[in-house]
Ligand binder design. Structure first.
Ligand SMILES: NC(=O)c1ccc[n+]([C@@H]2O[C@H](COP(=O)([O-])OP(=O)(O)OC[C@H]3O[C@@H](n4cnc5c(N)ncnc54)[C@H](OP(=O)(O)O)[C@@H]3O)[C@@H](O)[C@H]2O)c1
Length: 300
């Protein structure tokens, strides 16, 4: 039996998959802060019997799937480990959504918007990719698995797919996009859509609790270039910070998999969230606020 996720007054019980991951940790903290019932699991998504047993044990109203094979130290790993990448990102992700469907549980998938690259129809200064645009970036195996699975998974009527891009936390955790680019020897300078977690994760809970389904570009509105991000970081957090740029061609020589650069259209998301009275700040404003929170917490 499928569910629409809005559980008619029943108290929500959230089960976060990929419980030891970075985004999962932020979700847990957020839900606990909201006083919600929250559980985490590290059960492998591809193991159908153990997934079903875990769902029956915890009996959640909502699963938040923050599990995925992201590669260590980065997505280049996925180029050399294709079966393992498919097992998690395709077989596992689809299996978990299907098990939730069978048990009538709403499933929110923390997916990626790194399935696009700028093209003639979507130039740097254009409106951005819509949820309905077909993926056009196959430069990395990681992105390819995510794009293919989304194409199928979006047909599950219990499934909400949220496309994050280059997520940013209010600290300098190694997985924060700002931490990554601040440590590179050289960075490219291209406008991109980014997800400030403090702004977007509460929106994911709102959408899940309202039983929303389908695909959403899940970033702050607008696009911001690497240099704009790093200049704000320098101006607000670390006055001594400097960096060097290089071109996409030079970058290609030091990475194995390609990296997606794109702007996503967030009209669908912001229109829906307005129904709940929730506003997501434009990306330049959002970064300023994020760096001010960082500075206020003593990070230098
Ligand atoms: N961080 C980003 O830049 C970014 C950007 C866009 C989208 N996303 C997506 O958001 C999700 C969460 O990302 P994250 O940054 O929090 O990643 P993360 O820190 O690498 O966490 C992912 C977690 O998923 C677990 N996992 C992997 N395969 C699994 C499987 N088959 N079954 C159960 N658990 C499994 C991992 O456990 P093991 O280590 O034990 O395998 C890890 O604890 C991922 O799907 C990722 O693709 C991330």
């Amino acid at each position: 039996m499928a569910t629409n996720g809005s559980n008619g007054g029943q108290t929500s019980r959230f089960l976060i998959w990929g419980g030891d991951g970075w985004v999962a940790g932020h979700l847990k903290t957020l839900l606990e802060g909201q006083g919600k019932k929250v559980f985490t699991t590290t059960v492998r998504m591809e193991n159908r019997e153990t997934v079903i047993a875990e769902l029956d044990r915890v009996n959640p109203t909502h699963v938040l799937n923050a599990a995925g094979c992201t590669g260590r130290p980065n997505v280049d790993w996925c180029e050399d480990n294709k079966e393992a990448t498919m097992r998690s990102n395709v077989v596992g992700a689809l299996n978990l959504t299907d098990c939730c469907f069978v048990r009538g549980i709403h499933c929110t998938v923390f997916a990626t918007g790194c399935i696009y690259q700028y093209d003639d129809a979507h130039p740097l200064d254009g409106p951005g990719f819509l949820e309905t645009d077909p993926a056009n970036f196959a430069g990395s195996f990681y992105s390819m698995t995510k794009a293919h699975v989304e194409e199928i998974m979006k047909h599950y009527e219990n499934c909400l797919i949220l496309r994050l891009r280059m997520p940013v936390s209010d600290d300098l955790h190694p997985r924060n996009f700002v931490t990554k680019i601040s440590k590179y020897d050289r960075v490219v300078d291209i406008p991109n859509s980014n997800t400030i977690l403090t702004d977007l994760l509460p929106a994911s809970i709102l959408l899940a609790e309202h039983g929303d389904v389908g695909v959403y570009n899940f970033t702050n509105p607008g696009a911001i270039s690497h240099n704009e991000v790093l200049a704000l970081f320098r101006d607000i957090v670390r006055p001594s910070f400097t960096w060097k740029n290089f071109s996409l061609q030079e970058q290609a020589k030091v990475i194995k998999a390609g990296r997606s650069n794109c702007k996503l259209d967030t009209s669908k998301l912001t229109t829906k969230l307005r129904e709940f009275g929730y506003e997501v700040p434009e990306i330049h404003d959002a970064y300023r606020l994020c760096f001010e929170r960082m500075k206020a917490s003593g990070i230098k």
